[in-house]
Ligand binder design. Structure first.
Ligand SMILES: *Cc1c(COP(=O)(O)O)cnc(C)c1O
Length: 387
């Protein structure tokens, strides 16, 4: 049916759109009427449910998945003079927070197949100053977690997992967040589970949880009716109860969200199979339907075999009513990082992927026809511009 309709008449298909149910919308209205709209009972419940999801580990909510990483690093004792190893293929906040603590970000290139940090290169980047590792699970695909924690143990390093994209993902049947060292999640609007903006930090023990609470709100500890002390420099990172209520409403659906995303990813692989795009050399992600939560579906364009730029490709997709994104440009080539001595040629796999990747639409309210429509558009554009 859709194939006979000119694409101009089809509704615009964005690359991401969150699914908020009516019960959640009603719940938000109830919070607004309740008389307590900032951090309160909804956050307590959100933390309790997240903790249950993470195998009973202590969890604290924050107002972003950037704040969680920065506080995670501080709790791990990262600061001035330390090095933290991470990937150049991530949202820039992953590395910015390392600088924020006074430590130095050290990058290891990606594995071009998984697009995640290459653990061999990570191990080679360890120096006597290395304090922690900050791995990222791009699109929700974990790294080899056994190997990661093996390296950390062997070298006595802390791990702060940037699992911003990996809520709902797992490793050998265990949820990401249910094991490991410090784990950071984001609930930004584009993530699989959202609280509009927000994040959560999974911690090892109550001591770390108390520290997280202090860092979250000005280093304050309250006692009794009127007691208050401030014994460390904290910030302003607490989550509102309105946001926590949205998060609670989303949490109910996490298994369905993950399942639907896996089905859509499967549909992408089936539609792409042996089509013009793949024949031209378009690279697809790793086919993983057990661990990944399929936060995104990213292709890499074979630009050397196409007579158009990535921007032109994205423009042609838009003309067909299809939204796309870029996740991400290699971050060491941003001005801030060039100013710190980074340049082209240092991390060739991240640079190549960062210059050629395109994120295709993937969200729970899509159906198989939408996937077919996207792949048809990619195939047509590749066929028309193959050189
Ligand atoms: C979204 C994201 C973050 C930051 O999360 P915010 O909640 O937007 O601060 C960090 N790292 C990665 C990989 C992300 O995708």
């Amino acid at each position: 049916m859709t194939q006979n309709v000119p694409s101009k008449t089809l509704p615009f298909l964005p690359f991401v759109r969150s699914e908020i149910d009516e019960e959640t919308i009603q719940g938000v209205a109830d919070v607004l009427r309740s008389g307590w709209i900032t951090t309160g009972p909804q956050n307590q419940q959100f933390e309790a449910e997240l903790s249950a999801y993470c195998g009973g580990r202590p969890v604290r909510t924050f107002n972003s998945g950037t704040a969680t990483m920065e506080i995670g690093l501080r709790i791990a004792g990262v600061g001035e003079g330390d090095e933290v190893i991470t990937t150049p293929m991530t949202w820039v906040s992953t590395s910015n927070v390392i600088i924020e603590t006074g430590a130095t970000p050290v990058f290891a290139d990606i594995d071009p197949v998984t697009r995640n940090i290459d653990l061999d290169l990570l191990e080679k980047a360890i120096t006597p100053r290395t304090k922690a590792i900050l791995p990222v699970y791009l699109s929700g695909l974990p790294v080899d977690m056994d190997r990661l924690y093996g390296i950390a143990r062997e070298h006595g390093l802390r791990v702060i997992e940037d699992a911003a994209q990996a809520f709902g993902s797992s490793w050998r049947g265990q949820k990401i967040g249910a094991f490991g060292d410090i784990v950071s999640f984001s609930f930004h609007a584009n993530k699989n589970v959202t609280s509009i903006e927000g994040g959560a930090l999974v911690l090892n023990n109550e001591e770390e949880a108390v520290l997280a609470q202090k860092y979250r709100l000005q280093g304050i500890t309250r006692t009794g009716f009127d007691g208050m002390d401030c014994d460390l420099l904290g910030g302003k990172y607490n989550l509102t109860d309105v946001a926590a209520r949205v998060g609670l409403g989303q949490l109910k659906h996490v298994e369905r969200f993950t399942e639907q995303r896996r089905e859509l990813a499967r549909a992408y692989f089936e539609s792409f199979a042996n089509g013009a795009a793949v024949r031209t050399g378009v690279q697809l992600p790793v086919q993983n339907f057990t661990d990944s939560n399929w936060h995104m579906f990213q292709i890499a364009l074979p630009l050397e075999r196409l007579s158009l730029t990535r921007a032109e490709f994205m423009g042609q997709m838009k003309e067909r009513g299809i939204g796309t994104g870029v996740h991400y440009p290699a971050l060491h080539l941003f001005t801030l990082y060039r100013g710190r001595g980074f340049h082209e040629g240092m991390f060739p796999h991240a640079e190549k992927y960062g210059a050629s990747t395109v994120t295709l639409p993937l969200f729970t309210q899509m159906n198989q026809d939408d996937v077919t429509r996207v792949v048809q558009a990619v195939d047509e554009i590749c066929a028309a511009h193959a050189i």
